[in-house]
Design a binder for this molecule. Structure first.
Ligand code: SAM
Length: 266
């Protein structure tokens, strides 16, 4: 029976829970070693290789993750695999700086997914074309458009070159992603700000575009209804607002069978 929901709000963030599971697993192994009057490294002398120890650690981390109510993806792919993979990497001589560098890169690219659970993936060319088609139906050409979590500004760059009277902006909070986006904006016809989606005032925009995840959609809808003006549009790539019928669905006919959902603020 998952005890996830009864824990403090920090534990509702999977990355934090997964980290705690790894710490607990390592602590359990170390405690077992000390209990046997041996420190962790002496497992080697018990004829249990470091790989064996790391697999036990991975199993423990997976069980802890399951008990904490983490989804299968987390407790199998991340919790279980982490310690064995680190041991394997160290065994074949991969420097610890490679792990550290990889970790730092992932952090700089996905900084905000710790809280919002929105990783980085990008709108496809078909998505751009669908957005272009939808924006072409708007009566005024001088609309204001914002991409909430603009990534590398692909959509902003594509659209701003095609709607020259409109104004295009994006907000982004993953540090490295923002920097790339900001540099691109210096050469483009759009603006990018380092600003949290939840601190962005949506009242000034005719079209608010987002490609996030299922997690923030209910809260985003509340924010959109509170701030956006009558007749403006919230456009979501792939993720629907639960329980709200979109005014328009544009199928992208891609391998994910995804669609763009248009919600008119009434
Ligand atoms: C799935 S990507 C979409 C990127 C881009 N909009 C596109 O369609 O190509 C979501 C982006 O939202 C950003 N993001 C997530 N939470 C955010 C927040 N609270 N404030 C600003 N940006 C956020 C992520 O860093 C990521 O770049």
């Amino acid at each position: 029976m998952p005890i996830f929901k009864t824990l403090p709000s920090l534990f509702k963030r999977p990355a934090f829970s997964a980290l705690c599971c790894q710490i607990l697993a390592v602590a359990a192994i170390a405690a077992f070693g000390i209990f046997n009057n041996r420190i962790l490294i002496q497992f080697v002398h018990l004829n249990l290789s470091m790989t064996g120890v790391s697999v036990i650690g991975g199993l423990l981390a997976a069980v802890f993750g399951y008990l904490l109510g983490l989804t299968r993806w987390w407790w199998i792919a991340i919790n279980f695999a982490f310690l064995p993979l680190v041991t394997l990497g160290t065994g074949v001589g991969i420097s610890r700086w490679v792990f550290f560098g990889g970790f730092a890169l992932l952090l700089a690219l996905n900084w905000n997914s710790f809280r919002d659970r929105v990783p980085l993936y990008l709108t496809s060319d078909r998505g751009y074309e669908a957005l272009h088609g939808f924006l072409s139906t708007l009566s005024a050409g001088d609309f204001r458009f914002i991409d909430l979590g603009c990534g590398f500004s692909g959509a902003l760059s594509y659209l701003s070159r095609r709607f020259i009277d409109a104004r295009f902006e994006g907000v982004e909070t993953a540090p490295m992603v923002f920097l790339v986006s900001w540099f691109r904006s210096l050469m483009g016809k759009f603006k990018v700000r380092y600003c949290d989606i939840w601190k962005t005032d949506l009242s000034q925009y005719d079209v608010v575009y987002c490609f996030l995840s299922p997690v923030p959609m209910p809260e985003l809808w509340i924010k959109a209804q509170r701030e956006m003006t009558r007749g403006s549009h919230l456009v979501s790539n792939t993720f629907v607002i639960p329980g709200v019928k979109p005014d328009r669905v544009i199928e992208l006919n891609d391998w994910r069978k995804s669609s763009i959902y248009v919600y008119k603020i009434g």
